[in-house]
Design a protein around this ligand. Structure first.
Ligand SMILES: *Cc1c(COP(=O)(O)O)cnc(C)c1O
Ligand code: SF4
Length: 327
């Protein structure tokens, strides 16, 4: 069977730290790398993402998002495997229900990239695997609750599913009359833009749903040539485009960087939505930005950008019925 370019790129992702460093012109001896006790969340990055990393720059903000450093191996108080209590909110396998009106569906465990700060890096995907039975149970739960008007496809990255699987899922959701909006949370337009084929866009946009795609970019260097073309096409397809970022030490913890990100996003039809405080997930403590500093950065953003380009600074607190606004 012919495989498409994106599937090929997904097979060719970089998984070995040595190979990654060679490609970006760095020597492993000069960096303290993680010696993982388990391989549950190994290095993973598409070549198209590596092209945006500057050669020979050890603290490149894009490299930092994917390189497993020895910092990850430290046990830090407060940093947990399930920082958001998602497991207690998973009442049906694969379905996370925290906020009124909307539910989040874990569609797959697969991502095109492994972001070292990911709050689901320890999520028990096995028990919540989006198998046929689990989807049926999740869909039944949604069908039986008419207060749910929006379904959020999440993961993993929902766009790592095949076109056929996505099509089936969307068609099944369409049979539930009270679901009116569909939201897709995905990092793929930014990290593997070749995935955004015309066929995929047709699959998504031919549904009856009011569509929102929330992409995930953290740094202006992530928004370059092919990503820009992709965002233009997404915009032309008529869906609402939003962006969420995570505030990350050594990546985007400076107001001018985030201001530039907002500019690039808006130029390409994407509105900044959330700027998330890091969730305290085990292995990610080296990305933490203190709350005072975060508020300060946010204030600077407010002072330089039009209001509609300032993302909401939020923290997710387990047990709350929405994200908590800071600043
Ligand atoms: C963040 C989140 C949502 C979406 O929240 P919005 O404020 O609507 O973007 C929905 N469900 C869960 C479980 C979430 O974590
Ligand atoms: S793409 Fe999203 S879900 Fe996947 S590793 Fe990155 S942050 Fe986590």
């Amino acid at each position: 069977m012919d495989i498409s370019r994106w599937q090929h790129e997904l097979r060719e992702v970089i998984r070995a730290p040595g190979e990654l460093l060679e490609k970006v012109g760095l020597q492993a001896e000069k960096l303290a790398l993680s010696t993982p006790v388990s391989d549950s969340f190994p290095l993973k990055a598409p070549l198209s993402y590596l092209k945006r990393i500057r050669a020979g720059v050890a603290d490149d903000p894009l490299l930092r998002q994917i390189l497993p450093l020895a910092d990850e191996d430290r046990d830090v108080a407060g940093y947990r495997t399930d920082p958001l209590d998602e497991i207690t909110h998973t009442t049906t396998p694969g379905l996370i229900r925290k906020y009124p009106g909307r539910v989040l569906l874990i569609t797959t465990s697969v991502c095109a990239i492994h972001c070292r700060y990911c709050f689901r890096r320890h999520y028990p995907y096995n028990e919540n695997s989006p198998s046929r039975e689990n989807w049926t149970a999740a869909l039944d739960t949604i069908r039986n609750d008419s207060s749910i008007y929006e379904v959020i496809l999440s993961g993993g990255d929902p766009l790592s599913l095949s076109d056929e699987k996505l099509d089936t899922l969307i068609q099944q959701l369409e049979t539930i009359p009270h679901v009116r909006w569909l939201r897709i949370h995905t990092r793929i337009p930014v990290v593997l833009p070749s995935r955004m084929t015309d066929k995929l866009l047709q699959t998504i946009t031919r549904s009856r749903f009011k569509l929102t795609m929330v992409i995930h970019a953290n740094h202006p260097h992530e928004i370059e040539n092919e990503v820009i073309e992709t965002l233009q096409r997404l915009h032309q397809s008529g869906m609402q485009l939003l962006n969420q970022s995570v505030l990350l030490k050594g990546v985007n913890d400076q107001a001018p960087v985030l201001a530039e990100l907002s500019h690039r996003l808006y130029t390409n039809h994407v509105l900044p939505y959330y700027l998330h405080m890091l969730d305290p997930v085990a292995g990610a403590a080296h990305f933490e930005v203190a709350e005072d500093q975060a508020r300060d950065i946010h204030k600077q953003l407010q002072a330089t950008l039009p209001g509609y380009l300032v993302p909401k600074l939020v923290r997710e607190l387990p047990g709350e019925s929405s994200k908590t606004l800071l600043g």
